[in-house]
Design a protein around this ligand. Structure first.
Ligand code: SF4
Ligand code: FES
Length: 247
């Protein structure tokens, strides 16, 4: 396959940035999208040019490091798929693709397709944890968890923190991410002691970081590679209201 790429090149957060055209030649349809970029980068390095910077780690769809916008869609055209798990067979020979970083004030560009998602880490630091006494693990059956809650908590725990929800949202809202984290812990017995404090603190941090508000557009759910559902946002809103009433 041969493709034309228009890649956003930006040296640092304060650089203006621009699209640069590259030709990707002799690409196998079985390559992942990131492997295709590796091939393009090898060519750039061989010519003494600066390779395209993009984030990645596991390349298995589980770590949440990768992610950029392909032709206006966060993580590209395949639903429920991170960009590292997207294969070139999802495109046609001769396609023209525009690659851009996540666009959100709270995610400043570090370089090219890499953004700083430290804001997500600071939301977690503000309450995305449980405080437990360390020591021997308690007997598993001593803490019963209703099956429905266990399954919902596992659904929420699938969030890999990639940031596609923020990039897809016209308000650059981090509600889906925060809702997944609050719900994951709030549904389990171990998460109960800090439940109210957690939601207040994480929502406050989310606003402080400059993420926008949710206006129920739903692009976040459509872009999420892990299928985190909008109803977790409803759960977050209820938890926030309850915590405020009990303050
Ligand atoms: S909610 Fe989905 S899109 Fe948002 S950070 Fe988590 S996995 Fe990524
Ligand atoms: S590189 Fe880990 S999810 Fe894509």
């Amino acid at each position: 396959m041969n493709l034309t790429l228009h890649v956003w090149r930006q040296k640092h957060a304060h650089d203006k940035g621009r699209f640069v055209r590259y030709e990707a030649r002799n690409i196998s349809p079985d390559m992942s999208f990131l492997e295709m970029l590796d091939v393009v980068n090898e060519g750039l390095i061989a010519r003494g040019e600066d390779p395209i910077a993009f984030d990645h780690d596991c390349r298995e769809g589980i770590c949440g490091m990768c992610g950029f916008v392909i032709n206006g869609i966060a993580h590209g055209p395949r639903r429920g798929t991170t960009v590292c798990q997207l294969h070139m067979r999802s495109f046609k020979d001769g396609d023209t693709l525009y690659l851009e970083p996540w666009r959100a004030k709270a995610f400043p560009v570090i370089k090219d397709l890499i953004v700083d998602r430290g804001a997500f880490d600071r939301i977690i630091q503000s309450g995305g944890f449980i405080s437990v006494s360390t020591g021997g693990a308690p007997e598993a059956n001593s803490v019963p968890v209703p099956k429905e809650n266990a399954e919902l908590a596992m659904d929420a725990a699938e969030c890999i923190g990639c940031g596609a929800c923020v990039a897809a949202c016209p308000n650059a809202s981090a509600m889906l991410y925060t809702a997944a984290k609050v719900s994951h812990l709030g549904l389990l017995p171990q998460g109960q002691p800090e439940r109210h404090r957690r939601v207040l603190s994480m929502v406050a941090r989310m606003e402080q970081e400059g993420f926008g508000s949710c206006t129920n557009i739903g692009e976040c759910e459509a872009a999420c590679p892990k299928g985190i559902r909008l109803d977790f946002i409803a759960r977050l809103n209820r938890a926030y209201l309850t915590a405020n009433l009990l303050k």
